[in-house]
Write a new protein. Structure first.
Length: 74
């Protein structure tokens, strides 16, 4: 699943949750289940963002090391 698709799913699930809560109230079991579904999507999003940052930082660090080596070689 691509990031944009995941963001769209999160927004859709959030809307479903709000609509359901307005319809049946916050204490209804279906609202809890829908909230848990939204939590799972948000956790996926958070995991994706963290892994992306780690990957970016790693690649950035490696690139900086190579640039530093090139400067030293001159």
């Amino acid at each position: 699943m691509k990031l944009r698709q995941l963001e769209d799913c999160i927004e859709e699930k959030r809307k479903e949750l709000n609509d359901l809560a307005n319809e049946v109230g916050l204490k209804d079991r279906r609202v809890l289940i829908k909230s848990m579904e939204l939590d799972r999507l948000l956790n996926k999003y958070s995991d994706w963002k963290c892994s992306y940052r780690r990957h970016t930082i790693t690649n950035s660090s490696q690139m900086q090391e190579k640039q530093h080596e090139l400067v030293l070689s001159y």
